[in-house]
Design a binder for this molecule. Structure first.
Ligand SMILES: Nc1ncnc2c1ncn2[C@@H]1O[C@H](COP(=O)(O)OP(=O)(O)OP(=O)(O)O)[C@@H](O)[C@H]1O
Ligand SMILES: [Mg+2]
Length: 415
């Protein structure tokens, strides 16, 4: 008898998705609800390119998932289309500065995307002086004769890492171009990123600022409805699922990416369980998974002392103590250090670490007044229950193993 293929069962199941790709981050939807104002402002400026004029440089700001990249590529697509229709050469070049994160690499990327095959030589990924790359870029732009829109997405990353030379050079490019024109659009989710810029660069780049406000729950519902109509089989979403995904994402910070992820993962959970309808409990499970996926790397990369403090809090909770106070955390921490032969830090330093863990969202530390005994903190862990934080810490730090073996095996405080 032949052994059945393990994929047969999966392939024969009826999927809840019509087209899962539509829920992915990099899918470009044909409509972007609730971004008309931003689309209008950007296109009102970029229409200049269709007349052969130089549009103003722009900076687009807004929290993550506010639609900055989606709106910009949407407008650029329409602009190029109109350019082709009118016989005007308008070219947009989008660079993701999180991936391409040095001045040299960005300039080479732009230069090589303007390369005419059999005519130009490819700019090497290292070795040329910057001004040679700049000259080559200007030469290629002039040869193609047109208006170039250079979009530097996630520019705050590059500026923080490599300074503002790139912006200085690119915002000055029109003084080097003879026949072509160029403008720069910087996109950032850090409102304060221009504080890092030289005042000259700041004023050249900041000719037009556009702020993308976070989406509210109602707006996220419209976005999800529009995308799920095309992505999911009709009728698979239970009552209130879109509302719940939107409310949870709005609570975070109005992030459309997060709302889309929630909807996609909830549907996957339902499908995996063999359910025909996505219900709110699938959304809750999806949310826990997303939280764990986000928190796990934060825990693994904590420095040793911070891991020890977090572990002390978790061990206390494991033994049934809730709302522990700083002193109690310190006591367990001190014993833990003794156990692995490390010298403990002072209680003052531990208070600092507790504050940091709170800032990272791993714990909640509430200050409470104890009357004439001063103030203390009440500490609880905020790590999702399904996340095995302790094994995660041990995995990334072998030295901590003895503490956990001891405390978990004995279900008691450390001796
Ligand atoms: N108005 C909208 N309609 C439909 N989908 C949207 C809308 N706004 C954002 N999205 C979708 O949400 C996801 C995140 O949007 P986008 O990547 O544009 O965010 P961003 O502001 O660039 O975030 P980041 O700062 O993290 O780069 C994308 O999949 C995008 O298609
Ligand atoms: Mg983006």
């Amino acid at each position: 008898m032949s052994i059945p293929n393990i994929f047969d069962d999966l392939l024969s199941r009826k999927s809840l998705f019509k087209n899962k790709e539509i829920l992915r981050h990099d899918h470009s939807p044909r409509r972007l609800p609730h971004r008309d104002e931003e689309i209008n402002k950007i296109s009102y400026n970029l229409v200049e390119a269709l007349y052969g004029h130089i549009p103003s440089n722009m900076t687009l700001y807004g929290v993550t998932g506010a639609g900055k990249t989606a709106v910009t590529s949407y407008v650029c697509q329409h602009l190029e289309e109109k350019g082709r229709e009118k016989g005007r050469n308008v070219e947009t070049i989008m660079v993701n500065c999180r991936q391409i994160d040095t001045q040299y690499r960005v300039l080479t990327f732009i230069g090589n995307s303007l390369l005419e095959e059999h005519e130009d030589e490819e700019i090497p990924f290292t070795g040329w002086p910057t001004d040679r790359v700049m000259k080559e870029l200007v030469k290629r732009m002039d040869k193609r004769s047109g208006v170039f829109i250079i979009v530097l997405d996630e520019i705050d990353h590059l500026v923080r890492k490599a300074g503002d030379d790139l912006l200085y050079n690119l915002t000055n490019i029109n003084s080097m171009l003879k026949v072509s024109r160029a403008c720069v659009i910087g996109i950032s989710n850090d409102l304060k990123f221009t504080d890092f810029l030289d005042p000259r660069v700041k004023s050249r780049l900041g000719q037009l600022d556009i702020l993308f406000k976070p989406y509210d729950a109602q707006q996220l519902q419209d976005i999800l409805r529009q995308r799920s109509d095309a992505a999911l089989v009709e009728g698979v979403l239970g009552a209130g699922v879109i509302e719940l995904c939107s409310a949870l994402a709005a609570q975070e910070h109005g992030d459309a990416r997060c709302a889309l992820d929630l909807l996609r993962i909830s549907t996957e959970k339902a499908e995996f369980a063999g359910d025909e309808i996505v219900l709110s409990h699938h959304v809750r499970t999806a949310q826990h998974q997303i939280e764990s996926d986000q928190i796990a790397p934060v825990i693994s990369s904590l420095p040793t002392q911070q891991k020890l403090v977090l572990a002390s809090i978790l061990i206390n909770e494991h033994t049934g103590l809730k709302n522990i106070q700083t002193g109690e955390v310190y006591e367990i921490y001190r014993q833990a250090c003794k156990h692995i032969r490390q010298s403990p830090l002072t209680q003052r330093r531990i208070s600092g670490i507790i504050q940091n863990l709170d800032m990272l969202g791993l714990i909640t530390a509430r200050t409470i007044s104890r009357g004439r005994y001063g103030r203390t903190k009440e500490i609880t862990s905020s790590i999702p229950k399904n996340l095995e934080a302790i094994p995660l810490m041990v995995e990334s730090e072998e030295d901590l193993k003895p503490i956990f073996e001891h405390s978990y095996n004995h279900q008691s405080r450390l001796a």
